[in-house]
Every structure is written in C-alpha cells, then in structure tokens.
Design a protein around this ligand. Structure first.
Ligand code: ATP
Ligand code: MG
Length: 743
C-alpha cells in the first residue's frame, strides 16, 4: 500500500510534533489556552490510525461536550476519511451509558434502565426523606442530592462513605440515606447521572474479566479538557489504561472551571504518579489570540495563587487593545454591544464569528431584546432562547388567554397548570360543551361554571380560574403590562408551583420568570407585547449560520471566535455572589479562571463591560465594577469609560438624542479605591426603589430630591425615567426616577 499522507504534521511546532508523535506510553500535555491542545489530539488520532496496527474502534477519545465530540470527529474525518466514524468518541457520560447498557445486569439493572433527570432524582430523595421521618423543610432533598452527587463524583459507593458525615446532613444520616436511595433506584431499574460512572467503576472492580476485555480493546486513549475530570472519571481512565498505558491527556489548570461539580485539578498532579515515566509536554505558543488579548488574559490569571504556572507567548500581531466600557445599565450595555457589532460588521466581519459570553443565563435577555429590535440575528447556545423556555411559554399562554379568550391552544396549556385537579377528562367535557354551544374553550368553561356542569372540587377549581381570567381581563387596560404579569404569576399559583419545587432547575425557572415583568415594561399594551413575541418566535426558523452566538462562559470552553464580548463584569455577578459568599479563595479563583477562559476565546477583538445599574430578577441594583476589571493590565486595555461617556442613545434613535456626560466620571478605579478604603459590601442591595404611584410630578428639572445612598441633590436633566442629579456630597450621578424622593 502507498505510504500514508502525513502532511497533517506540517506546520506543527516542535512541542506539538512531539505530542503527536510520542504515540506509545503515557503523555500529559499541560498547556495554556489556544496552544493547540485540541489540535494535537485530533492530529494524534490521525497519526495513530496511520502509524499503528489499530482499528478505529480500538481508540477511545473523551471530550467535554457533545458539541466538542462532533467537532473532533468531523475534523478527524477530514484527515483520515470515514473510518473516523468508528472511533469510540464521546463524553464521559455517553461512554458510561454505552458500557452500562452492555453490562447492566452485572450491577443489578436491566439493559433498558432509565436515567433519571434531576427532577426525578429530587422527587425520589424527597420520598425517602419523608419515609424516614426527616423534616424536608429543614433538610431539603436538594441538599442531600448535592452530598450524594459529590460522593459519586469521587467514586464512593454507600459502603465506602461510612465515616464521612455528608456535611452533617440530617445529623450525619446522609450515608444511610444514600444507601436507601441506591436500593430504591435499582428496584426501579433506574440510575442517575452520577451512577453512569459509579456503576462502571463497580462493574470493572468486581468483574476483572470484563475490565480486561476493555483494557485489551482500547489500545489508545485520548482525553481533552483533562483539568475538568472528577475523581470517578479519573479512576475509570486509570483502570482502562492499565494494560497498554497509551493514554494522552491534554489540559490547562488555569481553565479548570467545574470545581463546583466535583472536578479536581489534582488529577493533573496524580497523572505523573500513576503513570510513572509519563512524557510531560508543555506548549507555550498561543496561536489563537493577538498579544493584547493574551496579555490581558495572562495578567488577570497571574493573580491566582494556586497555579501550576506556565508561560505563554504569541507571535501574532499586537492587534487591538481589549476594549473596556462602563455603561449606565444593562439595557445600555446591550445597546453598546449591538452598536459595536454593527460597526465591525460594516468593516466586513461575519456574525458567525462573534460571541457574547455571559456569567449567568438571565443576562441573555437584555441582548435578545436589543438584537431583536435592531434586527441582529443571534442564537443562544446550550440553552433555549428566552421566549422558548418552558416556564416563559406557560406564562405567555396565560397572557394569550387574557388577551384573546378564544385562544384554545393557550388555554389547553394552562387550564391545569399548576395542577388544579382538572384532568384530561375535564378538558374533554369542556371541549364538548364548547362544540355544542359553538364556544371556544375558555368561554365554554365559563358556561360550565354558570350552569354548574361540574361538581365538587373541579367546579370550584374551574370557577376560580374563570373568575381569575375575568379579573385579569378587567385589569388589562387599567394597569401596565408588567404589573399585570406579576399579578398573573402570583394569583394563578404558577409562581408558587416553582417556589415549592426545590430542584436546582426551579431556581433557574424562578429567575427567568422574574425577568418577564421587566420584559413587558417597555410595551404599551399586552397586545403589543404578544405581537412582539410572536415575531420573535417566527424569527426562529432561520437556519443560516450568519448569527451571533450567545452563551454562558461555562459552555464556551474550547471554542474560539474572532470577536468576543464579555458583559456584566460587576461584583456580585462576576465574580458571582455565591463565590463571594463562600468567602474562600478557592471559589474566587475559579471565577477568575472563568474570566481567563472568557478572554482567551477571542482571536482578534475582545470587549469587556460593566453597568452601574442592573435589574436582577426584577429589582434594580446598583453595582460596582468587578475586581477583575481592575486586575487587567492597563497596557493592554483601551478604557472607553475613562471618557466618562455613557451612551444612552444612538445617533439613529430619534427619541433620545443626547449623550450623557457626567461631570464627575465614575471611573472604575475611583470606585475600586473607595471600596478598598471602606472594605464595604460588594453589591449594594440596600438601595430599594421607592414606591411611586405614577402621579408623582414633583421630579422636575431643578427639584430638590433625596436618594437613600447619595443623599440630597438637585435634578439637572431628565430623560424619561432617568434623572441626572447634582448631589450635594456625591457629585453628579444618574439614577432612576423611582429611586429618589422629592423633598
Ligand atoms: P483551549 O485551551 O482553549 O481549548 P487549545 O489549546 O485546545 O485551546 P486549539 O483550539 O487546538 O487550542 O488551537 C487554537 C487555535 O490555534 C486553533 O485555531 C488552531 O487551529 C490554531 N493552531 C494550533 N496549532 C497551530 C499551528 N501549529 N499553526 C497554526 N495554527 C495553529
Ligand atoms: Mg481545546
């Protein structure tokens, strides 16, 4: 046969070539962002297939996400052709499922076992707690789930946790509860996510002949994003690699961002102990980013104390400095980002090379609204777009029935949501009444109530629902749409449904629901808002690639874009309040690594921004720029906020045509100095908006006012609800109207 085409080796640097060519024995590639680790793995896959007598299914390759797996397969296929399809390539979970289905009976399951999602898991844990007479208010199932998940991440079975007290859950009963939980799971022929690996460990440990079968089969093992493996995953790799010892792991300790899910950077250190004589290769040249971007990222991460430490350089251009800007509020921030996107698009950039990376998923809404109104196409990666989310669609269904009593599809969605004891039979009955009287469902329901066609509880429930709709319809034109939606959320019992749900998902759903009110605040009527939403939904069908990507920092791992926007760099948001509450260095350093991951996604342009005011879950909060902003090395930063200019308007926007200029710019370093001096609370949650009944007309230019935080001052100018105020002590600031009182 002809000699293999090895042209894929061309262009690799020395370290990369070594990492690709040292095919046999353990190899650890420890290197910073953008140094070609993933490229090395892909090239290595091709090289193994070309140089060794090995079939594709004898190679195991593990990636962190399904998206990354698909990409790796495609890029490998480009090098070696269709045989790439047969490589055993996937995430730890997908490989775990594959193995477990093959050998389920050996761990007490049938091959058709179900995998519980988090909701199911919590429901089962709750049952167990109730059965055991443990107060679920005091000891919520979620707490137990966290303890058990961490044990599973560490590869510990119930019989191995006897001496561990599980963070004191239920006074040290977690181990015992864990045991009951596992028994119940097995009885139901089910497992949870953690079990996918835990069962495999058990399987391998208790069945040496089966382990041997896979040890023989997998002649080569490759692992990307190694820094984010947990102990259970590590143990599985170690077992599988024991025979051939041809294992190559690539990772970057500075990008370890899943500690909260049990990942252990320590696995990097253990590698050399467990695989003595491992070839440790360091790559130092970054091929991804310009030197300003790399400089900014390196400067920031150098603040972390726990690092293995490494150097990074680029031979790329200096490029443009990282742009920093401070904006008035979240809406302005989104507007600024949109403007910048239009600017670079005019210069020839393509939207598919632009990404917006947020810390918390609620941040996406401001961008979605802004992009929609400006006609910038976008997609939300790793999550649904705001109006596609289940909980949002549920509430939209309520609003649709209010707006339009004949909207049967919407009525069907919510007539028994939250559960009111109205099942499918009740719906059928309402439908028949509707048919007989030529009425839509919600009108037929009213008739059914009036004529008492239901009895007992269903009648009471339906009658309450109809009365509610009548009340909301009456309110519709009297109160602003955002107040209407708040009323619907509370009065329907829908929000309560999520309040009572203690699952992790419920938290996110409540956060999203709280975003809905603010979303409606900009619309004059409910009808206008619903029209907007239906346009948004339609926009949905667009399959083209020409879209901005919006996603969380966590899901951006391993990806790269020409232009990256990093909004919301504020204390309490990023670093996240949870990390600050923990008060330890560890959580804060993980946040900083997340910031490092963010910046290093950018190839050519990187924009960082923070807003002075942000509406978080329906409440205005004023916030300080993130400490990370101050940690960026100045020589790599172009600070637009230094000009003290807040763009509340765009030239094309006729409704508000002036640009705010503050007399005393709240430059971030001033704020940082103040904070250092006072060592005060990091996010100001204390300033609550003052109640305004809307009839308050005393807030005119020239009026004297009082603000809880800034004290007395006089209004200099007014732009809708935004006031520019000369405070007697605090200087000139802009605040929202309902934060001040006239006096
Ligand atoms: P991360 O830590 O973010 O996952 P990484 O180390 O996996 O980064 P890659 O994604 O493999 O880095 O590579 C970063 C970019 O540099 C890619 O666009 C890749 O094609 C390019 N690159 C890597 N090595 C070379 C090389 N030798 N010559 C030219 N470009 C390269
Ligand atoms: Mg990579």
């Amino acid at each position: 046969s002809p000699p293999p085409d090895l042209s894929y080796l061309n262009g690799l640097n020395e370290g990369q070539t070594a990492a690709v060519q040292s095919l046999d024995g353990p190899v650890l590639v420890l290197a910073g962002a953008g140094t070609g680790k993933t490229r090395v793995l892909i090239t290595r896959l091709a090289h193994i297939l070309n140089m060794r007598d090995v079939r594709p299914w004898e190679i195991l390759a593990v990636t962190f996400t399904n998206k990354a797996a698909a990409e790796m397969r495609e890029r490998t296929a480009n090098l070696v052709g269709p045989q790439a399809i047969e490589i055993k390539l996937g995430t730890f979970h997908s490989i775990g499922v594959w193995l477990l289905r093959r050998h389920a009976e050996l761990v007490g399951l049938n091959t058709n076992f179900t995998i519980l999602d988090t909701d199911d898991q919590l429901r089962l844990l709750k049952q167990i707690l109730v059965d055991e007479g443990i107060d679920v208010k005091k000891w919520p199932p979620r707490g137990l789930a966290a303890v058990i998940d961490r044990w599973k991440d560490k590869g510990l079975r119930p019989d191995q946790v006897k001496d561990l007290d599980g963070n004191g859950f239920a006074h040290g009963r977690a181990g015992e509860l864990y045991k009951i939980y596992q028994t119940r799971l097995t009885a139901q022929n089910a497992c949870d996510f953690g079990d996918l690996l835990l069962h495999i460990l058990t399987l391998f440990q208790q069945n040496p002949e089966i382990l041997a079968q896979y040890q023989n089969r997998f002649k080569y093992i490759l692992v990307d994003e190694y820094q984010d493996t947990n102990v259970a995953q590590y143990l599985m790799l170690r077992l599988l690699a024991q025979k051939h010892k041809n294992i190559c792991c690539v990772g970057d300790d500075d990008q370890s961002i899943y500690g909260w899910r049990g990942a252990e950077v320590g696995n990097i250190l253990k590698f050399e102990d467990d695989f003595p004589g491992a070839d440790v290769i360091r790559l130092e040249r970054n091929y991804r980013s310009t030197s300003h971007i790399l400089g900014a990222a390196s400067g920031l991460i150098s603040r972390n104390e726990s690092r293995l430490g490494k150097t990074l350089f680029t031979e790329g251009n200096d490029g443009e400095k990282v742009v920093l800007n401070g904006l008035w509020d979240g809406g302005n921030e989104a507007r600024w980002v949109a403007d910048e996107i239009e600017n670079i698009e005019r210069k020839g950039a393509s939207l598919k090379d632009v990404a917006i990376l947020v810390r918390a998923s609620f941040q996406t809404r401001d961008f979605e609204e802004c992009f929609l109104s400006m006609g910038i196409k976008y997609r939300v990666i790793g999550g649904l777009r705001f109006y596609e989310r289940r909980e949002i669609r549920d509430v939209l269904a309520y609003l649709r029935v209010i707006n339009q009593a004949d909207d049967d599809l919407a009525f069907e969605r919510i007539y028994n949501l939250p559960k009111r004891g109205l099942g499918a039979k009740a719906l059928e009955k309402i439908r028949n009444i509707g048919r007989a009287n030529n009425l839509s469902l919600s009108r037929a329901a009213v008739l059914a109530v009036e004529q008492k066609l239901f009895k007992g509880k269903p009648l009471a429930a339906l009658s309450e629902l109809c009365a509610n709709f009548e009340h909301w319809r009456a309110q519709k034109d009297l109160i602003p749409p955002n107040e209407l939606v708040e009323a619907v959320l509370e009065e329907s019992g829908y929000f309560d449904m999520w309040r009572q749900d203690k699952s992790v998902e419920a938290e996110g759903k409540k956060e999203n629901l709280k975003e809905l009110g603010p979303a409606l605040a900009d619309y004059e009527s409910l009808g206008q808002f619903l029209e907007h939403v239906s346009l948004v939904m339609e926009n949905n069908e667009d399959k083209s690639d020409e879209m901005v990507s919006v996603m969380t920092l966590h899901s951006a791992k391993g990806l790269e874009y020409d232009t990256v926007f990093l909004p919301g760099w504020e204390e309490g948001l990023f670093p996240h309040q949870r990390a600050l509450d923990e008060n330890g260095l560890k959580a804060l350093e993980e946040e900083r690594r997340l910031a490092y991951v963010g910046i290093t996604r950018a190839k050519l342009r990187c924009y960082i921004s923070h807003a002075s005011n942000r509406r978080i879950h329906g409440q205005w909060q004023s916030s300080l720029p993130s400490r990370f902003v101050d940690e960026l090395p100045k020589e790599h930063i172009a600070d637009q906020s230094e000009q003290g200019v807040y763009n509340t308007s765009r030239a094309s926007d006729a409704s508000s045509t002036f640009t705010w200029r503050t007399a005393e710019p709240t430059h971030y370093t001033d704020v940082m100095k103040k904070r250092a001096a006072a060592n005060e609370a990091l996010v100001d949650n204390t300033t609550q908006p003052l109640k305004s009944d809307g009839s308050d007309t005393g807030k005119e230019v020239g009026s004297r006012i009082f603000h809880q935080k800034f004290g007395y001052g006089r209004i200099l100018r007014k732009d809708g609800p935004k006031l520019e105020i000369a405070f007697e002590k605090a200087g000139t600031k802009k605040v929202m109207e309902n934060f001040v009182q006239t006096c």
